[in-house]
Design a protein around this ligand. Sequence first.
Ligand code: SF4
Length: 206
Amino acid sequence: MDKKSRTEVPNLCYQLHGNCYLNITWHCTLRCAFCPKFNGCWEVQKYDLRLYQEPSAAEVLAAIGDIGAYSEFVFCGLGEPTLRLEVLLEVAEVLKAEGAYIRINTDGLANLVHGRDVIPEMVGKVDALSISMNAQDEATYIQHCRPKIERAYQGMLAFSRRAGEMLPEVTVTAIDGLPGVDIGACQKLAESLGVGFRRRELDVVG
Ligand code: SF4
């Protein structure tokens, strides 16, 4: 990392689709083969999402500024936001108190990573989860997502089902066009979990 990059102001929040997106970590439990950061690119829709420090809740809120300027906040960057659960929930609580709608784009591995059911901690602070299911079976998931932990696929499915029972809006997603990914089968799996489904396009963030 050169000196110039380190002194640049990080994009802790960025605007997409009229919403405010929050970039709170660069760490991930997955190493998705299709992820731009593993192909040397940290830019998403003209925003450089590289971070050199994990921001505090106060820093994230300061970067947002006027909370009332946005109706929806989405925790989503080139990292897994639930790895910073404490900061995420602290920020979400403040935003929620101002009447904002809160979504987390997640890998659905938080319960496995934290070793407990964290979904009750989200109740009342988080309106929606968009969970990257990414595949209709474990082998295809492992091929594309390359998880660092065991039984990630099963953990993600269990998390999705549980979240669907406790949070207002839960959707799982899969990327159309990845080799071996059967979008119809992913949709059926989502239905069996009792959650919504959304087909995503490669390299389109949202
Ligand atoms: S979970 Fe998202 S940010 Fe993390 S490696 Fe996969 S695509 Fe990249």
